[in-house]
Write a new protein. Structure first.
Length: 149
C-alpha cells in the first residue's frame, strides 16, 4: 500500500500481463524428393554409412552433400549408376561427374546437392564428414524392407 500526500492509503496494482505465447510449432526439415530418391538408390546397392549433410546454413556452394561408402571400386560405380538412374526418372541429370573411372571417389554434382561415393580408404582419407562439421546431418528414415516382387 502506498500513501498519498493527503495521508490516505491507496493500493496500486501492476498492469495486467499479456497472455503467454503458444509454444512454437516444431517443423521437420523438408527433404527434397531427389535427396530421398538418391538415398534409396544408394541403400538398394547396399551402400554403407549413408549420410546427408544440410549445408543451407553453412557458407557452401550447394545445399546438401550426400555421402556413402562402397566396399570396392565396382560397388562405388554401381552406387553412382543407381543414383543416376533413379534421378534420370525424375528428369535430373548431373551437371558434372568426376572420379567414375577410378572408382575411389565418385562425385555427382546435381547443383542443389552433390553426391559423394567413396571406398572406405578414400572416405577416411578425405574426411568430408569432419571438414563440414558445421553442417547439420539429416536424419532420414530407415530403409524399407526389400520385397521380392
Amino acid at each position: 500500500m502506498a500513501k498519498t500526500s493527503s495521508g490516505k492509503s491507496t493500493t496500486t496494482t501492476a498492469p495486467p500481463r499479456p497472455p503467454p505465447k503458444p509454444p512454437a510449432k516444431r517443423t521437420r526439415a523438408r527433404v527434397p524428393v531427389a535427396i530421398t530418391a538418391t538415398v534409396a538408390a544408394m541403400r538398394d546397392k547396399k551402400a554403407d554409412d549413408v549420410l546427408v549433410l544440410d549445408l543451407r546454413q553453412a557458407d557452401a556452394f550447394t545445399d546438401f552433400f550426400i555421402l556413402a561408402t562402397g566396399q570396392n571400386r565396382r560397388q562405388t560405380q554401381a552406387i553412382a549408376d543407381a543414383v543416376e538412374a533413379a534421378l534420370r526418372v525424375k528428369k535430373q541429370r548431373p551437371t558434372h561427374v568426376e572420379g567414375y573411372e577410378r572408382g575411389e571417389w565418385v562425385l555427382l554434382d546435381y547443383f542443389d546437392f552433390v553426391v559423394h561415393v567413396f571406398t572406405p580408404t578414400a572416405r577416411a582419407f578425405y574426411g568430408l564428414d569432419r571438414l563440414w562439421g558445421n553442417a547439420k546431418p539429416l536424419a532420414l528414415p530407415d530403409a524399407e524392407p526389400a520385397t521380392d516382387d
